[in-house]
Design a protein around this ligand. Structure first.
Ligand code: PLP
Length: 381
């Protein structure tokens, strides 16, 4: 295996290394639950959903969890319920859904820049862009918690609701406190590329019981029970079949997040000293889920840019993604915002590349990926 000539002809991962592999929960337990659902005849928004909501609320330490069909649906309904229907400040360095939910509520996303170290939204830049805003929607990028304290201060000073797109952050902690407890509400995703998966699904966490109640009505078309709809709602319910998967997916979550942190640490350690390669920071005392394992490629020092490194990885069978390129304000759907000045976002979008990480991966695998990154460097010396 140390034969250099073999190495150049045989890829490091001949069968390919995919970017993500969903952790499928205990099969027997899921099948038992699905069987019970089928026998009961209640296929949506029933006792399994109630059980999931109670279990997630306890795990997160919040008063209420409202299960929904997806994180996108949850964010749509939260923005509607909180009146975030005009200008809403969002990051551009995020998945497109963060901005889409603002647009679907008839509003306009106002893009703010991100912090150069953590790549999460920059609270000071948010404050500069609040003119006429109806709220702030921030993303815990790659599962790394935002500066929640700074954002809460900015939101409180302006008297605006603060909501978190926590799609990546089920299992993350800010100074030991579970993500889910910050702002007016936080919305998680359980879709297949996330850390805990339900097939499709979302969870809204909040301490505001009135908001939770309104979301329960809104996810059911806005119908409070008498068909006299109080808001134009959606079918945003989670099915019992998805809840059966979701309940079992939460069982391994803490252990998986710990393991992902071990893998990320090994990966970072193995990359130390590679010229032009760095990684986004997680603040001291915080825990990221590492929903994505990102590296930052400085083309001048590394000798390749992010695209060229992606090609080098691909030649070794390793999948990768340029999360997030193009950043949302550069996407065709938001052409009106293309000229927004977001220097750190542009810098990060050109340089970040996400490499494979999943909860059942082993340490030699991440070390081998790091080794390929190290070997692919072409420093000019
Ligand atoms: C995946 C994702 C979403 C959407 O989640 P769904 O459950 O698929 O609707 C929203 N925001 C971010 C940042 C995401 O990565």
């Amino acid at each position: 295996m140390d034969d250099r000539t073999t190495e150049t002809t045989t890829p490091a991962f001949p069968d390919g290394l995919p970017l993500v592999r969903p952790r499928i929960p205990d099969r027997e337990a899921v099948l038992r639950r699905i069987d019970a659902v089928l026998r009961s005849g209640q296929l949506t928004d029933g006792p399994t959903v109630r059980e999931l909501e109670a279990q997630a609320a306890e795990m997160l330490g919040v008063r209420e969890v409202v299960a929904v069909a997806s994180c996108t649906t949850g964010l749509l309904l939260v923005c509607q319920a909180l009146g975030m229907t005009g200008r809403v400040v969002v990051p551009s360095f995020t998945f497109s859904a963060t901005a889409h939910v603002v647009a679907w509520n008839g509003g306009t996303p106002v893009f703010a820049d991100v912090d150069r170290a953590t790549l999460t939204i920059d609270a000071a830049d948010v404050e500069r862009r609040l003119d006429g805003a109806t709220g702030i929607l921030a993303t815990h990028l790659y599962g790394t918690p935002c500066d929640t304290e700074a954002l809460e201060k900015v939101a409180n000073r302006a008297g605006l609701p603060l909501v978190f797109d926590a799609a990546h952050a089920l299992g993350s902690r800010k100074s030991g406190v579970p993500v889910g407890r910050f702002g007016a509400a936080e919305v998680f995703s359980m879709s297949p590329t996330k850390v805990a998966v339900a097939g499709e699904g979302g969870l809204v966490a909040t301490d505001d019981t009135d908001l939770a109640q309104r979301l329960r009505v809104a996810r059911n078309y806005g119908n409070p029970g008498d068909y006299d709809c109080v808001v134009p709602g959606l079918n945003g319910r989670m099915s019992e079949l998805h809840a059966a998967l979701a309940v079992e997916a939460l069982v391994a979550l803490d252990e998986d997040v710990r393991h992902r942190n071990t893998l990320a640490a090994a990966f970072h350690d193995a990359l130390a000293g590679v010229p032009g390669i760095s990684v986004p920071a997680v603040s001291d005392g915080d825990t990221s889920t590492f929903k994505d394992l990102a590296i930052i490629v400085e083309p001048d020092a590394y000798g390749l840019d992010a695209d060229a490194l992606a090609a080098a990885l691909s030649a070794e069978g390793i999948d990768s993604r340029r999360y997030y390129h193009p950043p949302v304000h550069r996407q065709a759907a938001y052409a009106d915002a293309a000229a927004t000045e977001l220097p750190v976002t542009e810098w990060a979008a050109r340089r970040t590349l996400c490499v494979p990480l999943w909860s059942t991966m082993d340490e030699p695998t991440v070390r081998l990926v790091a080794d390929v990154v190290r070997r692919s460097a072409r420093p000019s010396t």
